[in-house]
Design a protein around this ligand. Structure first.
Ligand code: SF4
Ligand code: MG
Length: 332
């Protein structure tokens, strides 16, 4: 498969100031991430909040600027595109935000919100715009008559459907969904996930799903990348990662979720303690302050992501006691 998106050694830090405005250092939100996403693939990026996954999603679309690294999308290096070319390229890549209340302009009707990208990128002639908006609304399960209404007249789930219709309007090749259902009522989360899954299949979308919901991830992702403190610690095919996690952090994440490996008995790794400060991450392996298997080498050297198509960044990955895989019927 050809890579649609390729990230190489991406890094981005944010300065941190104290209450008096004095520089206190920098949070290395994303620190040397390489990833590639094949055409038509669903890649999930998982990890606890603050691990850098949202920053990574925005860097991948160049919505924020990396300090270092390369972003290749459809064969072009996004970092070297001039502003006009980047604007043109934007039609091919869209972001769906977590909060549909914040992502829709309250002063635009649904028709205006969904029609705007059509106009911006010249997708259809003006005369066909209304029909195209109606088609897009139908595609996300909304009645076309709703086009004249305002965002505040809709529920959270409906607003997220509108935001999805807007994201689809420019016929993108790549969509990044940043926790696309986690702000919604639990009762509507599954409906929106099913909608996304249908759209991905029908439109052959390439999708990067940023999520902390491992049940959802197992349900829809082809491949998973696990992040911890700005770095990828494990990456592989979804079933392989869920059945035989290679990194202690991944094991701990899975063990913490009922039905995703939590009945591992003696082999379960409890995820204890807080995530260390990303301003001053631990030396060597960043997970070592919470890792029950840590040895001297873990403080001395940073482990690299190794192991081919199912890789982990752990010095001991080939020596860890086996983790019992979760049962099949436990899949979210
Ligand atoms: Fe644990 Fe060491 Fe592996 Fe890091 S490298 S995850 S500290 S065993
Ligand atoms: Mg986030």
């Amino acid at each position: 498969m050809t890579a649609l998106l390729e990230l190489r050694d991406l890094a981005r830090a944010f300065p941190v100031r104290d209450a008096l405005g004095r520089a206190r250092g920098a949070v290395r939100a994303v620190d040397g991430v390489s990833l590639s996403v094949a055409e038509g693939e669903v890649l999930a990026i998982v990890g606890e909040s603050g691990c850098g996954k949202s920053t990574l999603g925005r860097l991948a679309l160049r919505l924020i600027e990396p300090d270092a690294g390369e972003i290749r999308f459809m064969g072009e290096d996004l970092r070297t595109l001039n502003p006009a070319d980047l604007r043109r390229r934007r039609r091919d890549m869209q972001l769906i935000f977590q909060d549909p209340f914040a992502s829709l302009d309250p002063r635009m009707t649904v028709e205006e919100a969904v029609g705007e990208p059509l106009r911006l990128h010249g997708i259809v002639p003006r005369a066909q715009e209304r029909d195209r908006v109606a088609e897009l609304l139908a595609r996300v399960g909304l009645r076309p008559e709703l086009a004249r209404r305002w965002p505040h007249e809709f529920s959270g789930g409906q607003r997220q459907r509108i935001a999805i219709a807007r994201a689809l309007a420019s016929r993108p090749r790549l969509i990044v969904g940043d926790e696309p259902v986690s702000a919604l009522d639990v009762s509507v989360q599954a409906q929106v996930i099913n909608l996304l899954q249908d759209l991905i299949a029908e439109l052959r979308l390439t999708f990067v799903l940023i999520s902390h919901d491992l049940g959802v991830v197992r349900h829809i992702a082809d491949r998973v990348a696990v992040m911890y403190l700005g770095r990828i610690v494990e990456e592989g095919p979804t079933e392989a990662v869920f059945r035989a996690p290679r990194h202690p952090y991944t094991r701990a994440l899975l063990a913490a979720v009922p039905g995703q490996g939590g009945r591992d008995g003696a082999k379960a790794v409890p995820l204890e303690g807080d995530v260390p400060s990303p301003i001053d991450p631990p030396s060597g392996c960043r997970f070592r302050t919470r890792c029950p298997f840590a040895e001297a080498v873990c403080a001395e050297r940073m482990p690299l992501l190794e192991g081919g198509s199912h890789a982990a960044a752990c010095h001991l990955q080939d020596r860890l006691p086996p983790a019992r895989p979760p049962a099949e019927h436990d899949a979210g």
